[in-house]
Design a protein around this ligand. Structure first.
Ligand SMILES: Cc1cc2nc3c(=O)[nH]c(=O)nc-3n(C[C@H](O)[C@H](O)[C@H](O)COP(=O)(O)OP(=O)(O)OC[C@H]3O[C@@H](n4cnc5c(N)ncnc54)[C@H](O)[C@@H]3O)c2cc1C
Length: 409
């Protein structure tokens, strides 16, 4: 009998799995159930949709020969009976289940974010996770003079840059001492901050948003944001707020079905959570790590597609070494592995800074092995660097060639 594969969650991991499974000639039928009204799209490009550079069609992702069921939320599944239930009450059978339910934005503990009736966020406060969020934000940005982005990680920086490109004066409030602290060191973040300033974005780092208030004196102000109050007491006037404070894996379905859940749905190296049930992408936790990034989500989808299609029934996911890349109008960086050499006295550093061009490059080495790197502002050598990082072997020649074009090995 033809195996029926049900994929829950029509996002980036789901699309990649379906497309690879088809390309590998998998013998089963794949159905992708997605809660969003549209089929899968490249979420990483949402900030570019916000600026108007791309429209929704341009970021759509292919599904191979899979059947798409957009607007179909799965509300429960039974791992023993191998059935799932949709929001309309219908029940469908499956032979293999792939959970790819992604993550939800985290709402920070900031006073006044919720409406007085307790339902939803007050007017003018946004999250940015879906095309619908993006459309709402774009609509409000048209008449807005000032915006505050709470959170200065990758998402906060991309959102702020996009709002500034729309002509909105934008400020980032970030609790950590510097921007994107999970991927950049202090010096790189300082260069990034200057580049943001040149694009019209100011940053308040080491500063926490404590409360939001309505616009002083405005009618009905209570349910419409007008001010962000920082823990320092400083107040930022604004017409809209974007919350970019990280994400939390969507695990409720798995939890209700009795699957092991910690932060994410726990999976082994086969990406299995239970017999015939698998989890990939932002909802999955593998060897204690929830990545929350597109690269690992795709690697997991590739491994599972190889395994379930029969192309490589023994395929295993060994984990992904940390790496990230942001490429968005005027801001570009790539970061790999360990970027903070102060954590380990055995590490050496090679660093090139060009303040006039706004570029910063750094290699972190253990002996002749590359353990981490940052390129910011000038990504000319990013492919060579990514290759060397992936090889994880002794570097050939002087490592400077990984930072500068034209330097011979
Ligand atoms: C604006 C933005 C910028 C980003 N930039 C970067 C970047 O530069 N680099 C990077 O690596 N990552 C970035 N990310 C993160 C990246 O988008 C995610 O890591 C990636 O989308 C994870 O894929 P996923 O399929 O696991 O989850 P998602 O893409 O979130 O897809 C999950 C889908 O499952 C659906 N779903 C959930 N529960 C159900 C259910 N019960 N039934 C049916 N459907 C369900 C959801 O509605 C959603 O559509 C960014 C994210 C955002 C929002």
């Amino acid at each position: 009998m033809t195996p029926r594969i049900a994929v829950v969650g029509g996002g980036m991991a789901a699309a990649r799995f379906a497309e690879r499974y088809g390309a590998l000639g998998g013998p089963g039928t794949v159905t992708v159930y997605g809660a969003e009204p549209r089929g899968p799209y490249n979420r990483v490009l949402l900030a570019e949709v916000l600026t108007g550079r791309y429209d929704a069609e341009a970021i759509a992702l292919p599904l191979g020969g899979a059947r798409a069921r957009p607007g179909c939320e799965v509300v429960a599944f039974d791992a023993d009976a191998r059935t799932l239930r949709l929001a309309d009450g219908s029940v469908e059978d499956w032979d293999e289940l792939v959970l790819a339910t992604g993550a939800n934005p985290v709402l920070p503990p900031v006073r006044g974010l919720r409406r007085a009736d307790g339902h939803g966020l007050i007017e003018g406060v946004h999250t940015l996770r879906t095309l619908e969020d993006c459309a709402r934000l774009a609509e409000e940005a048209v008449g807005a003079g000032r915006a505050v982005v709470i959170g200065g990680g990758v998402l906060g920086v991309s959102a702020a840059r996009a709002l500034a490109a729309l002509g909105v004066r934008t400020e980032i409030v970030h609790q950590a001492p510097h921007l994107i602290e999970r991927q950049l060191d202090h010096e790189a973040a300082a260069v990034l901050r200057e580049r943001l300033r040149a694009l019209g974005v100011e940053c308040y780092t080491g500063n926490r948003a404590r409360a939001v208030h309505g616009a002083p004196g405005a009618a009905g102000a209570r349910d419409r944001v007008g001010v962000v109050e920082l823990a320092s007491g400083y107040r930022l006037d604004c017409d809209l707020v974007v919350l970019a404070c990280g994400t939390r894996p969507r695990t409720a379905l798995a939890h209700a079905a009795g699957l092991p859940v910690a932060t994410g749905v726990l999976v082994d190296d086969r990406l299995a959570a239970a017999p015939h049930v698998h989890a990939i992408g932002d909802c999955a936790e593998h060897r204690g790590t929830v990545h929350g990034l597109a690269g690992p989500a795709w690697e997991q989808a590739d491994v599972l597609a190889r395994r379930l299609s029969g192309a490589d029934p023994d395929a295993r996911y060994p984990g992904t070494r940390p790496r990230a890349r942001l490429s968005t109008g005027g801001l570009e960086y790539a970061a790999f592995g360990t970027v903070d050499e102060t954590l380990d006295p055995g590490l050496d550093v090679l660093r090139l800074t060009d303040a006039t061009r706004g570029s910063y490059k750094k290699l972190v080495l253990r002996g002749d092995r590359l353990v981490g790197a940052i390129l910011l502002g000038d990504l000319a050598t990013v492919d060579a660097l990514a290759g060397a990082f992936a090889d994880d072997a002794a570097l050939a020649g002087h490592p400077l060639h990984l930072l500068t074009r034209g330097v011979t090995r």
